[in-house]
Structures are given as structure tokens and as C-alpha cells.
Design a protein around this ligand. Structure first.
Ligand code: FUC
Length: 764
């Protein structure tokens, strides 16, 4: 059936969309018992200062983080022989001597990797409260309300009722813990701070507990300070060694601050100053300021799928039902908004980007140092930022990647003899950029380059030309210049190829049955380079500058080896057909061009079928086993416009890779899957990568009705969509920049002009 679009000028949409309904829907994670372990605690964060709230009744634990508590410091990891061996390795690769080339690259090109825990992100510490005389717990509830960004713990005992509220305030730079005993009951507890290990110093002065320390490795790292300031109503306060003892209070407010010297200041002075600033405000002011700050960003997007939830069961039970095969659209609403919540809480302008655990790490040695892996993980953290209307949350990524350029230039010059800047598979707050560790992860120049696409996308969504001119184009150009020098001609084909390189982090079998990782011209490299060159060419045109440079890039694109489809119909991962060492590998790098790239976008062209075969093959061999890998697959199927498959993989993510507090698990906890799946859910409802706004491209049949409001599309649009019985019923597009609007729904394409600020409404 051909669908005709009726442009209407009334507010029919607002009625048919049942907008009130999504506001009413609960966006709460809640539980009927305290967290038994860290992965059950509930996360709070103001971008910089994070907390995990356990909600214990006898002992409350609040583990807290400050984003810059890092050990180590900048060190040179460049292998001094690298440049000398570069051409030798390339020659061997062109001759097909993969295993030999790999061995030489390992020894002569790769720099040292430090084993875990030496240069690492760390917990700042824990705040404990041990309660006395509360009586036996009779009813209990703890929750995290995504709409308010507050964690609540409420319980009653035979002695009375107790409430706790915790939030991390952006405007006031402290974690606020508000406790109250209702009726006749009183608060009696002792409170103290500590940290795993023994590197800290704790002392009590008046109503302050002060903890200072040095997070270090071989004498380098960050000095940190945290202050807990206790304000009580009623009762008495006493000191016992490094503990504060509160007796018979009606209400207690604890303000908790944390700072490091990472940015150059004095940690203790700053932490004390935060307390001074915050204690001048009463709890109502503190709450209101945090609420406004959070809701200003959070409330931009609403999602409602099917009928409102009537289940009203704890989140862990809800998850368990889904793990047993039940369908639960409310869990998807919650998971989607949780992803947005986590990004707002872990990545705010002026700070560091969300790391492998966002902001939340309870240990001194978190997995992979909770660093910044840039062969997918850091990028995935930011996949939802633009489409789910959180553009400003991506600012820390831009500052961070810009900050890689300085050392990236040295790496480009010393390792490769090239201009431009380069960064490899991983880095950290000390911003190393050289190839380190094993070849099958480290021998890969694309990490920083991939990140530059986020700069372009920021322009694509916001149309911010100043950003394009001052931030995006300069870094994209510097990345592109590197490849002008780095690409070499393959003597066997005459085409330009990258290398020595890998397809992260897979290996292949050579003809002699040995395994090797490095090669010349893996598919992903060229997909990223083509995209980068394309972004530079488009930017030069928009900015009306650098025509000659853009022309040279066009010539390079023409000579760059294209992706290929193999005899079995799958896209080749490497430049020649090779058998995968790990056929179910979690990375599906050769599908970069499907997502997040857009080179494979036309539903009718053969790449799509070939991409599907890649996914099927990977899945058939156990792929998608990490949360982030599964999240990537959801995005792939959304781009393939296969709502059922996208949904099936979302269910699998809940079933296999989701912890009780809805944190994604690698395992263990790693936050990228939360963000990747949030982007995937948005991508099922709205896409905008091929020059048009595609509405409901991958709607699964089980989401029979619903609406989403406030998503963003490339070209500068805000989009609301409503559907019933699987069909679009209403659409609102707000044109933010006045660009022409092209909409696709099914086979129908509709175009019209718009003015900046104008809203177009359709009903069907
Ligand atoms: C990438 C992945 C691993 C892990 C690590 C942090 O290198 O291949 O699975 O997610 O990053």
C-alpha cells in the first residue's frame, strides 16, 4: 500500500501521540533488598564525581570515584627500532610471509605494554555508616530514579521509618547524602572513610572527615583528597579516632567532595572549598539545583513502547523474567533511558570522557585499567550522544582526542616517518599514542582517526560551522595528512593500502596453517580512511577552503583498495580471503562501513547481504559474546532494517550480558554495551545517515505501538514519532537549521522545505 503523507497544521499529533503517558511511566530501577555486591549497587554521577550506593540497613556503603584518580604518568613507549623495520615488514607482507612479518613486527615495532594495575584508574574510596538500634527491618525498598538522578533507600523497622536520599550534584560539585528518621525513631551511627590498600591518610576535624592520598605507580600519579562534612539536626556528635559518631539525630546531611591534582590544583584545598560552597545552601536548594541541571538534559527524550507497565516488580526480577524468555518492552524503555542517564552522569563538558567503566570503578585494579580503548570501546560510549539528544556530553571526548595530537605527532614521525598524528588501539589519561603490546591489538593506526569521525558527526547533527572550522576540520585534516604519507602502493595490485595493520583483534591462518595478525590493507582500515577523506572533502567544500588538499584526497580515494566480497558471499575481513583464527570473534571490524560508518547504506546494494552473511557466520560461531559486541550487532541489524533480528539481539544482551543493576558486562562490568545498545534502540526507530530521515526503519513486531520524542537527526532536526499496530501514525519534525526535510517511511519518500525553528506535523 502506498502511504500518502498529509501535512497538517493542527496539533493532532500531540493528541495521537499520548505524550503525557511517557511522562507517567516509571523510570526507576528498584530492589527489595540491599546490594550484596558492587555490581548490584546503584550508580550516581555528575560527570566527574561518581558514587555507587549499596543501600545497606545496618551498614551503608557508598563507594565513590573521581574521574581523574589515576596512577602513572606520561612515558615514552615507542620502540626505537620501529621505523627501521617498517619497510622490511611491509615487504614480507606483500610477499605473503605473514607469520614471519608478524614475528618481526612484534619484536621490532611494538612498544611495551604495562601489565594491569600500574597505570590505571582507581577508586577514590568508600564512605561507610554503621547504624545502631534501628530494630528489625520489616519492609525495604531501594531505587534509582532516572528522572531525578537520585538514589533512595527507605525501610521501616519495629522502631520506625528511615529514609535516605543520595545524589551527585553537578552545580555544587558534591555528593549529597540526606538521612532521616521519621516519627519517634532516631539516627544513631558511626561514619568513616577508607580506601582499599593503605595509601591514604584519614583524620577527623570538627564535623569533617578528611582523606588524602597518592594514587601512584613508581612515584607517579595523582594526589587526591576527599572530605565528608556532616551536618545534623538534633542529638550529638562525637569523635572516636578517625570516625564520627552521631547520636540521636533526627536528620543528617553528609556532603562528600573529591578532587585530585590532575588538572594542576591542590586537591585538599579544592575539596574543602567544594564543601564550603555547598554547605551554604540548604537541602532544598541543593536538590533543586541538581534536579534542574539533570532534567535540562535528561528530559529531552521520551520513549514509550506498548501499553504502560503494570508489572511493578523489582528490576532484578524483571531482568530475570527476560532472561527466561519473557518479552518486556518496559525493560527496554528503562535500559534506553539508563544509557542516556549513564552518559549524562559520566561525561560532562570540561571533564574527562567516560572510560571503560564510565566513571564507576570500585577497585584499585579495574579490568583493562578502566582506560580508553580506542579500537571501539571509547567510540561506542559516544554512539548515543547525538541521536539521543546529548550532544554536550560528547565534549569531553573532543577535548581528550585533541589532547592526543601532541604525542600522536611524535609517534607518527618516529614510528612511521609520517606527518600528521596517529593513535593506536588504546590510550589513557597520560595520552600515549604508540603501538604497544601484542600485534593483534596494537599494530593498528586507526584509533585516533576513528575518533575524528565523531567530530564530523557533531557537525552533521548540529550544523555548527564554527565547530567544523575550528575543531573538526583541523583534527580531521591532521589525521588525513598522516595517511597521505602512510599509505603505500601494493606492488601486486597497484592500489594503495595501509599497513602493517590488523583487523582488530582477530587473527587469520596463513597458508602454512600458522596464525598471524598483521597484513596490508584490512577492510576496516580502508573503510575508515575513505570516510575520513570524504569528511575532509565535504568540510573543505562547506568551509570554502583547502580546495587543493581536497582534490588530492579525491585522487587517493580513487586509488585506495576497496572492500571486497569473497566467494562465500561474505565481506572479506582482510585484503585476501583468509580463514579466521577465531570465526566467532567479538570484533566485526569489516562491518565498520555498515555501522557506525555509512558506506554500506543502500538497502539494495550487495554489501548489505554480504554484511548479513558476516554477522550470521560470526553468530553461528559464538560471536556477540561480550556485551559491547552484542550491542554492535543490534546496530548492524538496525542498519540492515531488520527489526526482528535487532530485537532478538537486544533480548540476548539482556539475557547474557546484563548485571542486576543493568550495567553491561563483558564480563566483567564494562559500560560500552550500555551505550552501544542505547544507540541501537534509537537506530531501530530513527536513522539519518543517508541524507534523509528514515522513520521506524527496524521496528520489531513486538513493539506494536508507542512513541519516541526528542531524537535528533543529521541535518539539524528534532524528531517525534508515534506508531500503532506497527504503523506510523504521527510524526513531528522540528527543523533547527532550516534545511530541506527529506523523510523516508517504508518505500515512500517525501520532501519539503523548512525554515529554522519551524515544526512540521503529520498524522496518518
Ligand atoms: C577491546 C576488546 C576487548 C575489551 C577491551 C577493553 O580491545 O577487544 O574485548 O573490550 O577492548
Amino acid at each position: 500500500m502506498r502511504l500518502s503523507f498529509i501535512l497538517i497544521t493542527t496539533l493532532v499529533f500531540l493528541v495521537s501521540c499520548k505524550t503525557d503517558d511517557a511522562n507517567q511511566r516509571s523510570l526507576e530501577l528498584f530492589y527489595d533488598e540491599p546490594a550484596n555486591e558492587w555490581n548490584e549497587a546503584l550508580p550516581l554521577g555528575n560527570g566527574r564525581l561518581g558514587a555507587m550506593v549499596f543501600g545497606g540497613t545496618k551498614i551503608e556503603r557508598i563507594q565513590f570515584n573521581e574521574e581523574s584518580v589515576w596512577t602513572g604518568g606520561p612515558i615514552d613507549r615507542i620502540n626505537p627500532e620501529a621505523n627501521e623495520y617498517l619497510d622490511i615488514v611491509r615487504e614480507l607482507l606483500f610477499e605473503g610471509e605473514y607469520a614471519k612479518a608478524d614475528r618481526i613486527a612484534q619484536e621490532k615495532i611494538m612498544g611495551p605494554r604495562f601489565s594491569g594495575g600500574r597505570h590505571t584508574y582507581q577508586t577514590m574510596g568508600d564512605l561507610f555508616m554503621q547504624f545502631n538500634g534501628q530494630g528489625e527491618v520489616q519492609s525495604y525498598r531501594r531505587s534509582l530514579d532516572l528522572r531525578t538522578a537520585e538514589a533512595h533507600t527507605n525501610f521501616s523497622t519495629n522502631n520506625g521509618e528511615y529514609t535516605r536520599r543520595v545524589f551527585s550534584s553537578g552545580p555544587d560539585e558534591v555528593i549529597v547524602i540526606e538521612m532521616e528518621a521519621l516519627g519517634e525513631s532516631k539516627l544513631n551511627f558511626s561514619t568513616w572513610m577508607n580506601r582499599p590498600g593503605d595509601a591514604e591518610e584519614v583524620l577527623v576535624e570538627g564535623a569533617d572527615i578528611k582523606m588524602t592520598g597518592f594514587a601512584e605507580f613508581e612515584g607517579r600519579g595523582t594526589r587526591f583528597a576527599s572530605v565528608a562534612h556532616v551536618i545534623q539536626e538534633g542529638g550529638r556528635m562525637a569523635t572516636a579516632d578517625t570516625t564520627l559518631v552521631i547520636e540521636d539525630a533526627d536528620k543528617v546531611l553528609i556532603l562528600l567532595s573529591g578532587r585530585t591534582d590532575f588538572w594542576g590544583g591542590n586537591a585538599l584545598e579544592e575539596a574543602l572549598n567544594d564543601i564550603d560552597q555547598a554547605k551554604g545552601k540548604d537541602i532544598t536548594q541543593l536538590r533543586e539545583r541538581q534536579l534542574n541541571d539533570h532534567q535540562r538534559i535528561f528530559n529531552r527524550v521520551e520513549l514509550a513502547i506498548n501499553e504502560p507497565d503494570t508489572l511493578n516488580i523489582p528490576t532484578d526480577e524483571r531482568l530475570e523474567r527476560v532472561q527466561n524468555g519473557m518479552h518486556d518492552p518496559h525493560l527496554t524503555e528503562l535500559y534506553f533511558q539508563y544509557g542516556r542517564y549513564l552518559l549524562i552522569s559520566s561525561s560532562r563538558p570540561g571533564g574527562l570522557p567516560a572510560n571503560l567503566q564510565g566513571l564507576w570503578a570500585g577497585k584499585l585494579r579495574p579490568p583493562w585499567n578502566a582506560d580508553y580503548h580506542i579500537n571501539i570501546n571509547l567510540q561506542m560510549n559516544y554512539w548515543p550522544s547525538l541521536v539521543t539528544n546529548l550532544a554536550e556530553c560528547q565534549m569531553p571526548l573532543f577535548d581528550f582526542v585533541d589532547g592526543l595530537r601532541e604525542r600522536g605527532r611524535i609517534t607518527a614521525r618516529e614510528v612511521y616517518g609520517c606527518r600528521g598524528f596517529v593513535a593506536h588501539h588504546t590510550t589513557d589519561v597520560w595520552k600515549f599514542t604508540s603501538p604497544v603490546g601484542r600485534t593483534n591489538w596494537g599494530m593498528w593506526t586507526m584509533g585516533g582517526t576513528w575518533c575524528t569521525d565523531h567530530f564530523w558527526e557533531h557537525y552533521a547533527f548540529t550544523g555548527d560551522k564554527q565547530f567544523l572550522a575550528e575543531r573538526a576540520y583541523p583534527i580531521m585534516k591532521e589525521a588525513a595528512v598522516f595517511y597521505l604519507d602512510y599509505l603505500v602502493e601494493n606492488p601486486n595490485t597497484g592500489l594503495l593500502v595501509s599497513g602493517p595493520s590488523i583487523s582488530p583483534e582477530n587473527r587469520f591462518l596463513t597458508r602454512d596453517g600458522e596464525s598471524a595478525a598483521i597484513c596490508m590493507g584490512p577492510a576496516m582500515d580502508h573503510q575508515i580512511i575513505r570516510e575520513l577523506f570524504g569528511n575532509c572533502i565535504a568540510s573543505a567544500e562547506i568551509l570554502g577552503s583547502d580546495e587543493a588538499f581536497a582534490d588530492s584526497l579525491k585522487q587517493y580515494i580513487d586509488r585506495l583498495a576497496p572492500s571486497k566480497i569473497g566467494r562465500d558471499g561474505r565481506i572479506l575481513e582482510w585484503s585476501e580471503p583468509m580463514e579466521e583464527y577465531e570465526p566467532g570473534h567479538r570484533h566485526m571490524s569489516h562491518l565498520y562501513a555498515l555501522y557506525p560508518g555509512d558506506e554500506f547504506a543502500n538497502p539494495d546494494d550487495p554489501w548489505m547481504e554480504a554484511a548479513r552473511k558476516v554477522i550470521d557466520y560470526r553468530l553461528a560461531h559464538g560471536g556477540g559474546h561480550t556485551g559491547w559486541s552484542r550491542a554492535w550487532i543490534i546496530n548492524f541489524f538496525a542498519r540492515l532494517q531488520d527489526g526482528e533480528k535487532a530485537y532478538e539481539n537486544l533480548q540476548a544482551l539482556y539475557a547474557k550480558s546484563t548485571l542486576k543493576n543493568l550495567f553491561d558486562t563483558h564480563p566483567p562490568f564494562q559500560i560500552d554495551g550500555n551505550f552501544g545498545a542505547t544507540a541501537g534502540i534509537a537506530e531501530m526507530l530513527l536513522q539519518s545517515h543517508s541524507g534523509m530521515i528514515t522513520v521506524l526503519p527496524a521496528l520489531p513486531s513486538s513493539w506494536h505501538s508507542g512513541h519516541v520524542k526528542g531524537l535528533r537527526a543529521r541535518g539539524g532536526y528534532e524528531v517525534d514519532i508515534a506508531w500503532e499496530k506497527g504503523a506510523l501514525t504521527a510524526l513531528r519534525v522540528k527543523s533547527l537549521l532550516g534545511n530541506p526535510i527529506t523523510i523516508r517511511y517504508g518505500d515512500e519518500v517525501y520532501q519539503l522545505d523548512s525554515e529554522a525553528g519551524e515544526e512540521k506535523l503529520w498524522s496518518f
